[in-house]
Ligand binder design. Structure first.
Ligand code: MV4
Length: 446
C-alpha cells in the first residue's frame, strides 16, 4: 500500500500532537511548523523535523501560506495535514498544495469553497432531498426581498451570512418592523467580517439540539457515516461538551440522519473526513444547516464509540485507500469536555500564564488529548483550549460517573480553567436527564 513518506502538520497544539502520534504509528515521518511563541511546544519536540515559520501572531505564521509551503518543500514533505481552524477550510491553500504537487489531506478546493458558501451548500443538499430549515431559495438580494421572504416563512426568522458559519454572522429577527435594519446591519457586518455581504434567511428553530454526523468519503465513491455527536452545550457558539450517542434522537431518526448525511455527501462526491451539521427540534425533526470539510475538535468522541482512528482514516483515504464499509459499530457512550484556560467565574475570560502544577487523570476509558505539561507557558496568541478530557462508559450514566471520578484527579494550578464549570454541569439535573437545549448555558450559568 502506498502511503506518504513525510507529512507536514500545518497546525499547533493538541491537534498537531494528535496527528504526529498517528503518523508515527503508521511509519510516516513528520514535520512540525511553529511560531516563535511555540518553540517549546510538544508538537515541535515530538515531530521528526521542525521549521520555524514566523513570529507569534497567527497571520504571520500558521496562516502564512508561503511560509508553510516553503517548509514543506525544504523538508520534502509529500502531504500536508491542516488539522482544524487556521487553513483547514481555506480553499486557496488546498489549491496551492495540489498545484505544488503536495497532497492536501482533505477535500479539494472546489468542495471546500462550495461547502463554505452556506447558502449554496444548503441548496445543494435540498436538491437531493436532505431536509433543510425552511427559508429563502439561496441568497436574498435586498431588504425588499428579505421582507417578502420573511413574511412567507413567518417570524421569528434567522438571518445568516452565506460566508459565515459556526454561528458567525447570524441574527434573529422577531417582527417585520425590524427586518430592514437588521438585514442591512447583518449584511454590512458580513461584508467586513467575511468579505462577502450575501445573506440568506431561515425559519428560527426554537431551542434546538445541535447534532452532527461524522462522514468519511474515499477516492472510489464510497461514503460511510460513523454516527452522531451532540454538540448542543455551547457558549457563544464555542462548544464546551460533546457526546455520543445523542439523547435528542431515536434510533429511527439516527438512521434517517445518517442516510441524509451520506446522500448529501454522495451528491457532491465528497472525499475525506467531513461533518454534516443538523438542528433537531423538540419534535425530533432534523434540518441540515452546514457541512464542515475538516476534522473537528470533537472527532475523538466518534473515535472512542467506534474504536477507530479517524486521523489514520484520513491519511489512508488521501493516499487512495478504500474505506472499510462496516466501520460504524457504535459501542457505549462518550463525552468530550473541552478544558480551556478561561475563568468561568469571570465570564470565561482567557487566563493565559504558566502551568505551575499539572496532574492528568487516567484509568480505563479516560483519554486526555493535550499538548500542555508541567511549567508550560500558555501563550496569549492562540485559542484558549489546553486539553480535551474524553471519557467512555458502558452507557451515559456510567460515563458520567467515570467523568466525575476523572475530574477529581484532574489538577491544573497556575491558571484558571473550565474544570470547575464541567464539574458543576455533571451535577446538573437537566444535564443528567439529557433534556438540555442550546439555551442551557445561558439559562443555567449566567
Ligand atoms: C440556527 C438556530 C436556530 N434557527 N438556525 C448555526 C450555526 C450553529 N453553530 C448554531 N446555529 C444555529 N442556527 C435556525 N434557523 C440556532 C443556532 C444556534 C445554536 C445551534 C446549536 C447549538 C447552539 C446554538 C447556539 C446558538 C444558535
Amino acid at each position: 500500500m502506498f502511503l506518504f513518506k513525510k507529512i507536514l502538520i500545518a497546525n499547533r497544539g493538541e491537534i498537531a500532537l494528535r496527528i504526529i502520534r498517528t503518523c508515527k504509528e503508521m511509519g510516516i515521518a513528520t514535520v512540525a511548523v511553529y511560531s516563535e511563541a511555540d518553540q517549546d511546544s510538544l508538537h515541535v519536540v515530538f515531530a521528526d523535523e521542525a521549521v520555524c515559520i514566523g513570529p507569534s501572531n497567527s497571520k504571520d505564521s500558521y496562516l502564512k501560506i508561503p511560509s508553510i509551503l516553503s517548509a514543506a518543500q525544504i523538508t520534502g514533505a509529500d502531504a500536508i495535514h491542516p488539522g482544524y481552524g487556521f487553513l483547514a477550510e481555506n480553499a486557496e491553500f488546498s489549491e496551492i498544495c495540489s498545484s505544488a504537487g503536495i497532497k492536501f489531506i482533505g477535500p479539494d478546493s472546489e468542495m471546500i469553497r462550495n461547502m463554505g458558501d452556506k447558502a449554496f451548500a444548503k441548496e445543494t443538499m435540498k436538491k437531493v432531498g436532505v431536509p433543510v430549515v425552511p427559508g429563502s431559495e439561496g441568497v436574498v438580494a435586498n431588504t425588499e426581498l428579505a421582507r417578502k421572504v420573511a413574511g412567507e416563512i413567518g417570524y421569528p426568522v434567522m438571518l445568516k451570512a452565506s460566508a459565515g458559519g459556526g454561528g458567525k454572522g447570524m441574527r434573529i429577527v422577531h417582527k417585520e418592523s425590524e427586518i430592514e435594519n437588521a438585514f442591512l446591519a447583518a449584511s454590512n457586518e458580513a461584508a467586513s467580517a467575511f468579505g462577502c455581504p450575501d445573506m440568506y434567511i431561515e425559519k428560527f428553530i426554537e431551542n434546538p439540539r445541535h447534532v452532527e454526523i461524522q462522514i468519511m468519503g474515499d477516492q472510489h465513491g464510497n461514503i460511510i457515516h460513523y454516527g452522531e455527536r451532540d454538540c448542543t452545550i455551547q457558549r457563544r457558539h464555542q462548544k464546551l461538551i460533546e457526546e455520543s450517542p445523542s439523547s435528542a434522537i431515536t434510533e429511527e431518526v439516527r438512521q434517517a440522519m445518517g442516510a441524509a448525511a451520506i446522500l448529501g455527501a454522495k451528491s457532491v462526491n465528497y472525499e475525506g473526513a467531513g461533518t454534516v451539521e443538523f438542528l433537531v427540534d423538540k419534535d425530533k425533526n432534523f434540518y441540515f444547516i452546514e457541512m464542515n470539510t475538516r476534522i473537528q475538535v470533537e472527532h475523538t468522541v466518534t473515535e472512542m464509540i467506534n474504536n477507530i482512528d479517524l486521523i489514520e482514516q484520513q491519511i489512508l483515504v488521501a493516499a487512495g485507500e478504500k474505506i472499510e464499509l462496516d466501520g460504524y459499530r457504535p459501542v457505549g457512550h462518550c463525552f468530550e469536555f473541552r478544558i480551556n484556560a478561561e475563568d468561568p467565574e469571570n465570564n470565561f475570560r482567557p487566563s493565559p500564564g504558566t502551568i505551575e502544577y499539572l496532574h492528568f487523570p487516567g484509568g480505563f476509558g479516560v483519554r486526555i488529548d493535550s499538548h500542555v505539561y508541567n511549567e508550560y507557558v500558555i501563550p496569549p496568541y492562540y485559542d484558549s483550549m489546553i486539553a480535551k478530557l474524553i471519557v467512555w462508559g458502558r452507557d451515559r450514566k456510567h460515563a458520567i460517573q467515570r467523568a466525575k471520578r476523572a475530574f477529581e484527579e484532574f489538577t491544573i494550578e497556575g491558571v484558571k480553567t473550565t474544570i470547575p464549570f464541567h464539574q458543576k454541569v455533571l451535577e446538573n439535573e437537566i444535564f443528567i436527564e439529557g433534556v438540555f437545549d442550546t439555551s442551557f448555558i445561558d439559562k443555567q450559568y449566567k
